[in-house]
Design a protein around this ligand. Structure first.
Ligand SMILES: CC(C)(COP(=O)(O)OP(=O)(O)OC[C@H]1O[C@@H](n2cnc3c(N)ncnc32)[C@H](O)[C@@H]1OP(=O)(O)O)[C@@H](O)C(=O)NCCC(=O)NCCS
Length: 218
């Protein structure tokens, strides 16, 4: 993820030991007693990465807990994002004096069935994708970007975004994207200046699709 985010954002990617690391008590309390082993490992790797990202900012170790909607609660003055997908996990953190929000997402390559694909991509996006080179899992790229967009949007605005509430355009050569937020979501946002568009970077690796974005200061 380092390649997708600016230098003011500290990034950590999980190594083999992170999946069985030791959580801080406040973090353990966020995990349900009924959490299955894979959820425990994902959550743990995310917190280990979060701690390293905080250290990368020169900040002391602090618990990154979860709100009831599962969004991460970073220490005061920090914004950040966590992603995990089958054997891959990363966290990013930045000082709130440098960026307003950061989001990122990683997905394993996969075929999306037609129903899922329709739920994620707008018809205009499908038309765009049909013109792109074959051999790249473009719907998964759009899916990852939209999850990144939500992770940027939600901590700042606090409202839900459906997958059809963002219109994503890609520049496959530059590896950049722009997501324009639906006017209806902007009008009903409980903020004077919700972000009308979110731009970022994406990458398609051998078996992983990654995307990330930051929202600059006002
Ligand atoms: C929140 C969401 C994006 C997380 O995606 P996911 O498939 O679980 O995948 P990831 O592993 O990449 O991300 C999980 C992490 O996201 C973070 N997260 C959860 N809710 C979040 C929120 N509201 N805002 C920011 N980050 C959030 C958490 O840190 C979580 O990890 P943790 O529970 O271990 O702390 C997804 O569950 C979701 O609700 N999507 C629907 C909304 C959406 O994406 N709309 C598209 C708008 S264009």
């Amino acid at each position: 993820m380092r390649d997708l985010l600016p230098p003011v954002v500290a990034v950590a990617v999980a190594g083999p030991d992170d999946w069985s690391g030791t959580l801080l008590p406040a973090e353990s309390a966020c995990l349900s007693d009924r959490a299955v082993e894979s959820r425990r490992r994902d959550f743990t790797a995310g917190r280990m990465c979060a701690r390293r990202a905080l250290a990368g900012l020169g900040l002391p170790a602090a618990a990154v807990t979860s709100a009831s909607d599962r969004s991460p609660i970073w220490p005061v003055g920090v914004v950040g994002s966590i992603t995990h997908t089958r054997g891959y996990c990363a966290a990013a953190a930045a000082r709130a004096t440098d960026v307003r929000s950061v989001g990122m997402d990683a997905e394993r390559h996969r075929e999306l069935n037609p129903g899922v694909r329709r739920a994620i991509c707008l018809a205009e996006e499908e038309a765009d994708l049909a013109r792109l080179p074959t051999g790249v899992p473009w719907p998964t790229v759009v899916f990852s970007i939209k999850e990144t967009v939500y992770k940027v949007w939600h901590p700042v605005v606090g409202t839900w975004l459906d997958f059809h509430d963002a219109r994503v355009t890609l520049d496959p050569d530059a590896g950049t994207f722009t997501a324009r937020i639906a006017p209806a979501r902007l009008e009903t946002a409980p903020l004077a200046d919700p972000p009308a568009s979110i731009t970022g970077l994406f990458a398609v690796d051998a078996d992983l699709v990654r995307s990330a974005a930051v929202l600059g200061l006002r």
